[in-house]
Design a protein around this ligand. Structure first.
Ligand code: 6PG
Length: 257
């Protein structure tokens, strides 16, 4: 039985970035204490940038042993790694490079591939190899970061996407209504195995969809991709700023920092 989500709400976006960085550090330390390494999947979209900048800021940069970390991606767009729309490009420019993360620690999805299905399969092999996961089981990442689209999509799992029913693959190819169309994404089977899933969501533009996911009123809302994110054994944390939490019912609206 999935645990209820932990909802953390910060007063503003600055407090949100600080809370996000502290949460990644504390979850990372827990993983390193337990397994001597930290397996983290980064989210796409623009919201993570504030987290990356906080993690590389003087307040945080030297407070964590990033040499124990292995980085994966929850999804990637069908573009080259230097394209400004690339999720890898954002992480590389605002996190890996400032922290001197070795390329050997980073597993990038080949969004630029002319054969996305082969790229998805290749990434699944890399994910299994890097996590020592035998073919019959699914890897348990320590932390999976996710964003939320206004249509209820997360990673590159869009409403009505056939990949939502895919319980065989760890990585799937999907078509996005948003540019760029072709995407590589972790499936729910890969995401829901994680020890901790952390939704990073900010801004008034997301208030309606946050309410729909965390306080659903209809079956359609319960079937939105982000609603299907439910860790099998792990924790589900939502880190929101007050603007994104504005439409939540009062009992879910207690600010934490
Ligand atoms: C992507 C994402 C996607 C993103 C949401 C929110 O590659 O587009 O993984 O799921 O997280 O669309 O995007 P913003 O953070 O830019 O609002």
């Amino acid at each position: 039985m999935a645990r209820p989500p932990e909802i953390r709400i910060t007063h503003d976006s600055q407090a949100w970035a600080t809370a996000a960085a502290e949460l990644v550090h504390s979850l990372g330390r827990e993983a390193i204490r337990a397994n001597d390494r930290f397996l983290i999947a980064l989210s796409g979209g623009s919201t993570p940038e504030a987290l990356y900048r906080a993690l590389t800021s003087p307040a945080f940069a030297d407070r964590f042993d990033w040499s124990r970390a292995t980085f994966f991606f929850s999804d990637e767009r069908g573009v080259t790694p230097d394209d400004p729309r690339s999720n890898y490009a954002l992480a590389n420019n605002t996190l890996f490079t400032p922290l001197n993360i070795s390329p050997a620690q980073v597993y990038r999805m080949a969004g630029e591939s002319r054969d996305p299905q082969a790229a998805a399969h290749e990434y699944e092999q890399q994910l299994r190899h890097a996590t020592n996961t035998p073919p019959s089981t699914r890897p348990t990442l320590d932390l999976v970061l996710l964003g939320l689209g206004e249509d209820g999509h997360t990673a590159s799992l869009f409403p009505r996407s056939p990949a939502l029913q895919d319980n065989q693959s760890l990585i799937a190819v999907t078509q996005s209504p948003k540019d760029p169309p072709t995407r590589l994404t972790m499936t729910l089977g890969a995401i829901n195995r994680a020890s901790v899933i952390l939704f990073l969501v900010t801004g008034a533009g997301k208030a309606g969809i946050v309410r729909a996911i965390l306080d659903p009123k209809t079956e359609a809302e319960r079937q939105l991709p982000a609603s299907l994110v439910a860790p099998e054994e792990g924790r589900l944390i939502w880190l929101l700023d007050r603007a994104a939490a504005a439409e939540l019912p009062t009992h879910q609206q207690r600010t934490s920092t």
